[in-house]
Design a protein around this ligand. Structure first.
Ligand code: ZN
Length: 129
């Protein structure tokens, strides 16, 4: 290895790891991400778990509100993902959204630090005669 090795440091506890031939980093950003993902300190573990939860939330929100009716629901999905992020950050507890097609979405704090995502399709029939 001719260049200076990149040093990966956990920003929470300061534990450092130097790249090796087997563990080569493309750049400092990749090294820093590696440090957080592989550090076992409390803060790094919390961040890793939070990112895992948000990854699962994104998948579920895409599945549940993916616009299977042919409409573009991306803005609504982005709003629900923002809600999920704020809930995981502890900023808010619950967000209820009514979509324009009558579907209701709820993102809330679940059990054991999980997220709860609910989709409710209302099929009310009303006649005025
Ligand atoms: Zn750490």
């Amino acid at each position: 290895m001719s260049k200076n090795p990149i040093i990966a440091a956990c920003p929470y506890c300061g534990q450092i790891s130097v790249e090796t031939e087997e563990k080569a980093f493309k750049n400092q950003k990749e090294a820093d991400n590696w440090a957080v993902t592989n550090c076992k300190c409390y803060e790094a573990t919390k961040i890793v778990n939070k990112n895992k939860t948000l990854g699962r939330a994104r998948e579920e929100i895409d599945k549940m509100f993916g616009g299977s009716d042919g409409t573009d629901r991306r803005p609504a999905r982005d709003l629900l993902m923002l809600a999920a992020t704020l809930i995981v950050d502890g900023e808010i507890e619950t967000v209820n959204v009514s979509l324009s097609n009558g579907t209701k979405a709820k993102v809330a704090t679940g059990t054991k630090n999980a997220l709860s995502i609910t989709r409710t399709d209302t099929q009310a029939t009303k006649q005025e005669v």
